[in-house]
Design a protein around this ligand. Sequence first.
Ligand SMILES: Cc1cc2nc3c(=O)[nH]c(=O)nc-3n(C[C@H](O)[C@H](O)[C@H](O)COP(=O)(O)OP(=O)(O)OC[C@H]3O[C@@H](n4cnc5c(N)ncnc54)[C@H](O)[C@@H]3O)c2cc1C
Length: 308
Amino acid sequence: MTVVGGGVVGLTAALALAGAGHRVWCVREVPAAGTVSAVAGGLWFPYHVEPRDRVVAWGLVSLARLTGLAADPTSGVALRDGLLVERAGPDRWWTEGVTGWRDARPGELPEGAASGVVARLPLVSMPVHLAWLEQACVAAGVELADGRVEDLDELEDDVVVLATGLATPRLLPEVEVSAARGQVALLANPGLERWFVDAGADAGLTYVLPHPGWVVCGGTDDPGEDEAPDPDVHGEIVARCRAAVPALRDAEVLGSRVGLRPVAPAVDLRLREVRGRAVVTDVGHGGAGVTLSWGCADEVVALVAGLG
Ligand SMILES: Cc1cc2nc3c(=O)[nH]c(=O)nc-3n(C[C@H](O)[C@H](O)[C@H](O)COP(=O)(O)OP(=O)(O)OC[C@H]3O[C@@H](n4cnc5c(N)ncnc54)[C@H](O)[C@@H]3O)c2cc1C
C-alpha cells in the first residue's frame, strides 16, 4: 500500500503498517527534515487540536510509546519535567489517564498565574526523532521514495494513506484543513532541562522546550501561510522567553523558523472510498502531530485491517 507524506504522521503510519505485515511504499514531496514536523518543539501535549475525546485516546497511546522510546538515546525522545502555566485556572481535560503530574506550588508560578501543572512528559528532539523514524521505516521494509503526487489516480495501489498535512485538499478537496502559523526562535542550550509553557501570558504565547544542544523558544499561533520568519516577532519571542526563563539571558541565538500547523475542525482520520480506491486520511493534527502520531498510526492500521 502507499503512504503519501513523510512527516511525523506519515512515517509513524508507515512504520505501524509495516509492523502489521503490510508492504509499504511511502512517497513524500519533502523528506522529513524539511517538513512542519521538523519545526515542532516536540512536547507531548495536545495543543490546538480537536476533538478532545479522540485526542485523549490517541494521545495516551503515543504517551506510552514515546515513554518507552525514551530508553533509547538514538530515538531523540527524553522524559523531562516542566511547568504548564494555567492563566485562567485549572483546565485539566488532557490529564485523563496521564500519570506523573501534580499541581504547581504558588512559588513555582509566574506572577498573575492562577494555577499550573508540573509534569514529567516526553520531549522529542524532532530532527533526531524524524531521522530515527526514517531509519526504522527502512529497517522494517518500508520503501521511502521522493516525489509529489499530483492526483490519487496516478497511484497503483488500491489502499492509500494520506498523511499530507496542510496540502491534503489538493488531493482530496473535501478535507478541511487550514494553516496556523507558528514562529520559533532557536537558542543554544545553556544547560536547561526543564520545559516551560505559558500559552495565556499577557505578553503572548511563551514556551521554552530544551533539547540537547538547542532550545526551541516560542512562539506564535495565528492564521497565515507566510513561511518567512518575521524579524520583529523573532525579537519579541526571544525577549519574552528570556524574561520567563532567565537562564536563557546570555544564550546564543541560533536562528528562527516558521512552521504551518495543519489545523482542522477535527482530526480527519477515517476511511473513504475515492474513485474505487480505499483512502485513509490521517490529517489535521494542528499543534499536536507529535503528541498524537503513534495513536493515530495504530488507528490507521485498524482501519486498514477492517478492509479484510
Ligand atoms: C512552531 C510549531 C511548534 C509545534 N510544536 C509541537 C509540539 O511541541 N508537539 C506536538 O505534538 N506538535 C507540535 N507541532 C505540530 C506538529 O508539528 C504538526 O501537527 C505535525 O508536524 C503535522 O505532521 P504531518 O506529518 O501531518 O505534516 P507535515 O510534517 O507537514 O508532513 C507532510 C508530508 O506530506 C508530504 N506531502 C504533502 N503533499 C504531498 C503530495 N501531494 N505528494 C507527496 N507528498 C506530499 C510533505 O512533503 C511532507 O512530507 C508544532 C507545530 C509548529 C508549527
